[in-house]
Design a binder for this molecule. Structure first.
Ligand code: ADP
Ligand code: MG
Length: 478
């Protein structure tokens, strides 16, 4: 493996969040009964003409601005011709020579904290095809045209990624960005975000790229990683066995974890692209460009630096909190409700994330909302409860045992004991039974003090103020 370099480029189909299709007024809602959302345009009835959906154009421009790309204010729609049952027109309307978005790029951060700029080639608008349905029928196939004409933005990178990890990091960063911009819902199960991964290998140090194979339609990050790992190993084995890689389109089978060629370059289609005479050049006016620019949300990178400067967070914490819009807004809502920012950050990245992961929930589905977390953190800051007790309160809130932080503290009697007289009494009781530890401490074993503090905390059922316990024990032993 070490003698081989991996080269990866991605093509991602993102479904844009318009209510209606790219060239017709039919709904784009997912899950309707077959063919109930297909108008004469989507069905390719003779004489039916496409009309551009401005919402799709705006979303493409928004994306282009976010990645620092060139917006082609005049772009062309082309017909990509091929024959398939789910494509009633016999061609797909796409953009070929002049896409609406050109160049630009995204910065990815890898697990070890290193960053890399991934150059994009282009992003173009196109319509989705329908779907062939095989499951319900014996010896027949059905065609569902609800998806036909759904607006897609196909986002293409340069072949600049050098590992599966970089490819996954890029796909995740892009996934976050399109949701941030609110141009795609990112639902991978429903096919709103699908990646084609082009993979090749070459001997370390070789200038020319190797021949690539394209893994089609990966709809989860896990599958993407598995497919790349398998494909890379397979290609290296082929070459080391003296065989040549043949350019091909391959499919990943999640059940076997293998990729298999669907078609090779020899039988690749000639799409006979040509400009679509039904659609005039797409013009983005200066006014439209200015309006979209003015409405741009704060982007993840800007948010990350603001989080670290405004709230004094480490770069890493700021990055984790700003990566997706929902987490970022949860964090800021909690801080704006009055809690200490660093504590809130720790709680979100610690207890909240861990519990969400365990229950496979998103932060929007968290039973403990941002305001409640803020109240909880405020009660730690004002000394009402300790960190440890706060976890108990958090669990109670999560399971819905009580509606508010104070109600949980009250009903469970969890209030921290900060009355020094009361703490002193518990300390005295513990010291009476701790002759051995006291002797150890006096002999210079600092650890013995911690064990006494531990016993006091336990005797107070975790409610004594730990800092005070520490002071009092130390003073009494001195
Ligand atoms: P096509 O349109 O036929 O799929 P492109 O040249 O537009 O071909 O490339 C598609 C994708 O493949 C791009 O993301 C590009 O970065 C990637 N790519 C091109 N050559 C290679 C290669 N040798 N190895 C890996 N990826 C590649
Ligand atoms: Mg391709």
């Amino acid at each position: 493996m070490a003698q081989w370099e991996i080269v990866i480029g991605l093509e991602t189909h993102t479904q844009l969040t318009t209510a209606s299709k790219i060239f017709s007024g039919s709904s784009t809602a997912f899950g309707a009964a077959p063919n109930t959302q297909a108008s004469v345009v989507d069905l390719a009835m003779p004489g039916a003409l496409p009309v551009m959906n401005i919402g799709a154009v705006e979303r493409a421009v928004k994306f282009g601005l976010a990645i620092g790309a060139k917006i082609n204010q005049r772009s062309i729609f082309a017909r990509k011709n091929y024959f398939y049952p789910d494509l009633p027109k016999g061609y797909q309307i796409s953009q070929f020579e002049t896409p609406i978005v050109q160049g630009g790029g995204l910065t990815i951060t890898l697990d070890d904290g290193t960053t890399k700029f991934i150059e994009l080639t282009r992003a173009h608008l196109e319509e989705d095809a329908g779907k062939s349905v095989h499951e319900q029928f014996d010896s027949e196939s059905g065609v569902d045209l609800n998806r036909a004409g759904t607006p897609l933005l196909e986002i293409v990178t340069e072949p600049v990624m050098r590992s599966g990890k970089e490819a996954i990091a890029y796909a995740k960063t892009l996934h976050n960005l399109v949701r941030y911009l609110d141009i795609c819902d990112g639902n991978m199960q429903e096919g709103s975000f699908r990646c084609d991964v082009n993979v090749s290998v070459r001997p370390m140090g070789q200038k020319e790229f190797g021949t690539r194979r394209e893994i089609k339609n990966l709809n989860s990050f896990k599958f993407m990683q598995q497919a790349i790992d398998y494909e890379v190993r397979w290609q290296i084995e082929q070459i080391e066995d003296g065989k040549k890689i043949v350019q091909a389109t391959v499919l990943f089978n999640p059940d076997t974890g293998e990729t298999r060629a669907m078609r090779s370059k020899e039988d690749a289609m000639d799409y006979r692209y040509f400009p679509d005479p039904d659609l005039p050049p797409l013009v983005v006016s200066d006014e439209m460009l200015a309006r979209i620019k003015a409405g741009m949300p704060e982007l993840p990178e800007a948010k990350c630096s603001r989080f670290s400067s405004q709230y004094g967070l480490s770069h890493y914490d700021a990055l984790l909190l700003s990566q997706d819009g929902a987490t970022a807004s949860y964090f800021e809502t909690a801080v704006n409700s009055g809690a200490d920012a660093k504590l809130v950050a720790n709680w979100i990245l610690g207890e909240v994330s861990a519990t969400l992961n365990r229950e496979d929930k998103t932060i929007e589905q968290s039973p403990v909302n941002a305001v409640r977390l803020s109240n909880l953190v405020a009660r730690i800051s004002d000394g009402t409860i300790s960190h440890k007790i706060a976890k108990t309160v958090f669990e109670a809130l999560w399971s819905g045992e009580a509606a508010s932080v104070d109600a949980v503290i009250e009903s469970k009697g969890l209030k921290q004991i900060s009355d020094s007289g009361a703490i002193e009494k518990i300390v005295d009781e513990v010291l009476e039974k701790s002759a051995a530890q006291i002797a150890d401490y006096k002999a210079g074993k600092e650890k013995a003090l911690m064990s006494i503090v531990g016993m006091v905390m336990k005797a107070s059922q975790g409610k004594a103020n730990p800092a005070q316990v520490n002071d009092i024990v130390r003073r009494k032993l001195a």
